[in-house]
Design a protein around this ligand. Sequence first.
Ligand code: ATP
Length: 386
Amino acid sequence: MTASDISSLKDHVARFLTSHGPTEQTTIEALTLEDGHAHLILRTTAQGAAFLQQASTTLEEQVTQHPAVSSLTLSLTAHRPASRQPERAGAAEGHRPLALGKRPTGRSAPPEACLPDVKAVIAVASGKGGVGKSTTAVNLACSLARLGARTGLLDADIYGPSLPHMLGEDQKPTVEDGRLRPLERWGMETMSIGYLVEKEQAMIWRGPMVMGALTQLMSDVSWGTLDVLVVDLPPGTGDAQLTLTRKLSDRLQADGAVIVSTPQDIALLDARRGVTLFEKTGTPVLGLIENMSYFCCPHCQEKTDLFGHGGARKEAEALNIPFLGEIPLLRDIRCSADEGTPLVLRDPEHPASQAYRAIARTLMDKLAISGQQAAPSSRHPDQPMK
Ligand SMILES: Nc1ncnc2c1ncn2[C@@H]1O[C@H](COP(=O)(O)OP(=O)(O)OP(=O)(O)O)[C@@H](O)[C@H]1O
């Protein structure tokens, strides 16, 4: 990379911005080029960001036409309000920001500076969508918090953020010194792209924007000191997952992944791809959870193996990874998720809550996570925290 590469690349981007409206107020915040990979940060207004989201493919094509560039990561950052007071994210200029704020010092934090005070990161993944990954991540995170671990929960499921709904959280995070403050919910620090943008907006994001947003959700959020951060990954085994898991595994030896699958063959096939993905990035697979393992009739308690049963246990044995446990298909689990109070908090003694808690305990043992956080004395240990 030479200075003239950067300068001509900047001209390239500037030409794109002047020839495509409405981007008058968009400026190049930073541009770096390493081994042919360009990282471009644009500072823009909400209107410009909405446009850039749609035009990201064209911009990506234009930039990668430059001879020095083979790939691009694009991050958008909103114009900062003049006030130094904490702002509700989304309040600037009367719009919700379409990308996260960034640290005033310039470049995004390098991977080794990512989450420096987080002792362990658990990525919850699934090879396929709709298997209950987010439900599992939320109930596990709440169980970890109830077991006394200082817990964070990051919804990295950028295309379909479900955390705000499952946690019953509709506040907006505040921004302080250019960093987002996580929202405290149910005794955990929580962050989701769903707190910041409308679900439909996130769904149309292109790869580079997704990666920019995910990186910022990890490095530009003041997570503070945590024993464990549970990360709800997007479903599948695409580039987003690969990059994200690489970033996570770069930062700590103790990181591990939990894979959620239903007992069905097709879901297990996808789960196998998930295992391969983590092996590629050197992230230890902590184990497989079988969700919707069986249906338990709420009236007669009869068990029915709707999707077969035990497939995940067999698959775990075949892949030589631990089997962490099974969670039944229950109306109570679905209803409590929809009501915004995870089952482990709504009904801690429910057999399914106990199953989640047992898995959480196993994870704590595996990652040597301590449960030292003192529960507030006025609160009964089984009483959920706000
Ligand atoms: N064990 C369960 N019993 C009953 N309902 C469940 C269970 N697990 C998940 N669900 C329900 O299934 C639906 C999908 O769950 P969830 O959103 O957690 O899946 P996901 O794998 O994260 O999906 P996506 O890939 O779309 O993000 C939700 O309505 C949820 O309440």
